[in-house]
Design a protein around this ligand. Structure first.
Ligand code: XMP
Length: 519
């Protein structure tokens, strides 16, 4: 267990729950430092900076005792403990209670009712009586340990919240860390501030300091190349590394020819001229056009683009010499979408090129300082790093760029048309004060031509699709509801100004079942 000594912290013991990072995130939101350590690595080293312990949920069964090894003495040092779901069940089991398979499994929202007062649930219940919580369990505590009391019950979970007040042990069968649980954050806050009595000690500024320290420790005196796209995540990574290692950082910005209008100029202006970052600008437009000619399969496009990025990075890594690391702006949701936290593979929807592919072939070690953060946290960090609001609040833009917003074959003519349409759409969103209300928006060009009439003439031109979505983290999304006047204005603008488009449609599907990008 290698913990950061000194700073008062909450230790989260991870048993493989999908939500463990959400627990850490809620604690960060409350302004307190926490560290996640796998249960396999827990040893009972006395660390006086641990002020509270949270036992996470997990896919294991408490009765398969051998599979959740950890030094149980850690919870016998008088430190307050909160067990969540599986964590609640182990806490009961370790104190002499019993756990068995539930007759009635509970998944989703469930009402729980208050049975007694507790510090853990101060101002938690609605009308001091009941609240909706999010359950996800097939096992449950069937017999409480001695000296434990029931604080709340649901219809099927008698021991939905339990406590041993004198030992400061608390257990909840539901997940307070997920947003579906009403007031869940209040419960976590009560545990941290009222029970563990930790003081606020964590902010974006502290996050920045810690990341800078970690980067320096990881890369030492070696050189790092950073794949800079100009998007929020890679910009924050580049600026972090710039602050941590300065000229030993080489940012590589590849102009694929598939970028948004004027993007390459903006990136060079911001990073090279304003932020004085070591930036290598690679114009690879011709290479990309050649490799992608006549390719229409979405996965093939993604693979070709990913591979070409590798080649270009390899080429420049060789030129620079002695490069040992590749920095990427991978975020936590990217990791969950590509593989589950317990290590089991989830089904692959798309080959996102900044999670798979790149590193293995390049033999470079990865620097991924944002891999435990969520997008909004990265944005806050960016502001802390003095990046402009304009960069920080940009809509996400995928690595493969316009290639995946143009189903079918890619041609120079189509790229030029699409760049213009996208530019008009995004500009209109900005002019109408809508840009920041929308998580991501773009124009796409569909591979069909339709008939129209302009003046007195027949036209036969492309179909432009507009997509604008609201989302929290890109994992689920809903379409944005524009006023008719706006959608009419932008449709007219596109059709009247761009030769090559005579029809505009608006995508009204959510994710799932659709994805945000078209390919
Ligand atoms: P999907 O289309 O999977 O997109 O719903 C979710 C989010 O991810 C972005 N995206 C990518 N980002 N490389 C990236 O860096 C990629 O290959 C890639 N594919 C999709 C997409 O724009 C959306 O924000």
């Amino acid at each position: 267990m290698s913990l950061d000594k000194g700073l008062n912290k909450i230790l989260i013991i991870d048993f493989g729950s999908q939500f463990t990072q959400l627990i850490a995130r809620r604690i960060r939101e409350l302004g307190v430092y926490s560290e996640i350590v796998s249960h396999k690595k827990i040893k009972n080293n006395i660390d006086y900076s641990i002020k509270g312990i949270i036992l996470s949920g997990g896919p294991l069964n408490v009765y398969e005792i051998k599979r959740y090894s950890f030094d149980k003495k850690i919870i016998k040092n008088g430190i307050p403990v909160l067990g969540i779901c599986f964590g609640h069940q182990i806490l009961s089991k370790l104190n002499g209670g019993k756990v068995k398979q539930s007759k009635h499994r509970e998944f989703g929202l469930v009402n729980i009712n208050k049975k007694k007062e507790s510090l853990l649930t101060k101002n938690f219940f609605k009308n001091n009586r009941t609240i909706k919580v999010w359950m996800s369990h097939a096992d449950q505590v069937s017999k409480l340990p001695e000296n434990f009391n029931t604080v709340a019950s649901s219809l099927n979970s008698k021991f939905a919240i339990v406590e041993n007040k004198s030992k400061k042990f608390y257990g909840v069968q539901f997940h307070p860390e997920v947003t579906h649980t009403e007031n869940g954050k209040k419960l976590i806050s009560n545990f941290i501030f009222l029970i563990c009595r930790v003081k606020r000690n964590w902010s974006s500024k502290d996050q920045k300091k810690k990341l800078l320290k970690d980067i320096k420790k990881q890369v030492g005196k070696d050189k790092v190349i950073c794949a800079l796209s100009g998007g929020v995540d890679s910009s924050v990574v580049a600026q972090l590394l710039n602050k941590a290692i300065g000229k030993k950082l080489y940012c590589i910005f590849v102009n694929t020819g598939l970028l948004r209008k004027n993007e390459e100029k903006q990136v060079v202006k911001t990073f090279k001229k304003k932020l004085k970052i070591n930036l290598i600008y690679v114009n690879a437009e011709k290479e990309f056009t050649k490799k992608l000619s006549n390719v229409s399969d979405p996965e093939k496009k993604r693979k070709i683009i990913g591979n070409l990025f590798i080649k270009i990075f390899e080429r420049y890594a060789k030129k620079i010499k002695d490069v040992k690391f590749l920095a990427q702006g991978t975020l936590y949701p990217d990791l969950i979408e590509s593989k589950s936290v317990t290590g089991s593979q989830t089904s692959k929807i798309k080959s996102h090129h900044n999670v798979g592919g790149l590193p293995k072939r390049m033999k470079l070690k990865l620097v991924e300082p944002l891999k435990f953060l969520f997008k909004d946290e990265v944005r806050k960090l960016g502001l802390e790093l003095n990046l402009s609001k304009e960069i920080i609040s940009r809509h996400p833009f995928p690595g493969p760029g316009l290639a995946i917003r143009m189903p079918g074959i890619i041609t120079k003519e189509k790229i030029d048309i699409l760049k213009e349409a996208d530019h008009y759409f995004i500009q209109a969103l900005k002019d109408h004060g809508l840009y920041h209300k929308i998580w991501q928006a773009y124009a796409a060009l569909l591979p069909v031509k339709t008939v129209g009439v302009m003046g007195d003439n027949r036209t036969y031109e492309y179909l432009c699709l507009l997509r604008a979505i609201t989302s929290e983290d890109g994992m689920t999304a809903d379409f944005y509801e524009f006023k008719k006047s706006f959608i009419q204005e932008i449709s007219n603008k596109i059709v009247n100004s761009i030769r090559g488009i005579n029809r505009v449609v608006y995508d009204i599907t959510s994710k799932p079942p659709s994805t945000i990008e078209l390919e």
